[in-house]
Design a protein around this ligand. Sequence first.
Ligand code: SF4
Length: 525
Amino acid sequence: AAVGLDVAELGRLAARAVHPARMSGRCAVFAKSDLIHLQQRACPPDEIAAGLCFALARNYLASVCRGQVPQPPVLFQGGVAANEGVLRAFRELLSLPEDALIRPAAYKVMGAIGAALIARDSPLEEPVLLTDLVGRLGQHVSDEEAAVVLDPLQMPPVTDTAPAPTTLGDGVYLGLDVGSVSTKVAVISGDGRLCASAYGPTAGRPIQAVEKALAEVLGKLPRMPKVLGAVTTGSGRHVALHLTRADEAVDEVTAQARYAREYAPEADTIIEIGGQDSKYIRMENGRVTRFAMNRACAAGTGSFLEEQASRLGLDIAKDFASAAFRSGSPASMGNRCTVFMDSDLVHYIQRGRPVEDLCAGLAYAVARNYLEKVVGSRPVGRRVLFQGGVARNRAVQAAFSAILGKEVLVPPHPELSGAIGAALLARDRGAMRQGPVLGLEAPLGKTATRTFECRGCENLCEVQEVTVVASEPRRAWFGSVCGRFERGEENPVPPDDAFAVRERLLLKDRSGSGAPHRGEIAFPM
Ligand code: SF4
């Protein structure tokens, strides 16, 4: 639906595409972000369709086959077998000839046929009527629904309002947070107050996103400021650092913790949820003592929530939270993967559950998913701060409070927490800056961008290598999920297939190529 095609049409298009686009197969939510980036770059629909089919097939092979290569003949059954594009993807990825990947005529109902065959082999002692079975099933579903009771969400008190913008004074400090989903800029004065900010989508184009955000912030300032310090953060921090000639790039945890320390020095736990990742930070006496990040599961992130809100026909920023607060009986969605939450949602919609209950249930699901997958067994302290774009959603804030049984504070401008934290870190360094910040005080320099696919693991990230052309050219990378290029591992050795390694090791000394050396045996005489 996201590409405006039905499944059959998508399959037909994918089957004839010449160059399938590269897309993430990790999760439906991440795949959708890739899809949006490709559409923004005017990638042809057939290539996008083929990219989706190949991503699905690669994900299946990586997560289900786990290194075991299916040997022909291979049966392809289940509803997805109807898709010509996925059929093609399996054929090409497994290098199977046309007749070695078989789609049985009854591919859609093979599971049901199998179950019927089992039933035939062990028939019931007393036959039951089909209508009785349907009745029992309906009872089971309502019992399951009644088993989980979620309290209605309570509107959290308004803790703080944002301080009024301040004047520029002798100079300002700049923080740039370039994330995979959004790019944020914060300009603060010497007394730490926000002078201006910008927030926009990164859309897979970090250079353009930085340029646009800096221009926007400049338009909001009364005059050209004197920048006394500039720090970058986020997954695109190295690109932003070289691009703007900022002073330093810091990781997201450091920037988030710095903002938390400024806003609530007594906070001991920071929940941070952004567009595509989330973090848990534990603080003691203003210092980070533990942290955990989740970049792999989208179920507890902003992209997921946005996706579900649009499925319900709601604007995530305007209508979602107010609908959730009207619910008297939030629906239980579980806290599993997005795909399963999706089916829970469809199930509730089909049963006519009010949209208010679904919004409240989704807010609970995001909070529970975060607590289970990111926090796990780590401690949640007494003073909890909630930052990142999702913290603007008061329903999710209320869900955290309800589950944790304590107040969860949201600072002003939670969506800018990383950028303001970076600006505060720039101020901590002191007014040592030499030369203009490019993009703000002077135009951005020339850049050259090369895009390549990393084959280091099954994510197959599309990585951008950005070279800032200057007297001393500098390179930075954007788009790698694990950050290996940023760490200087430019030519990573692809991980071995563990099964192939085991096979090689087991058979090594049986190959007959030279007698194995067994050492010397001595006999006392
Ligand atoms: S090794 Fe890292 S950069 Fe390469 S595909 Fe895997 S996650 Fe992406």
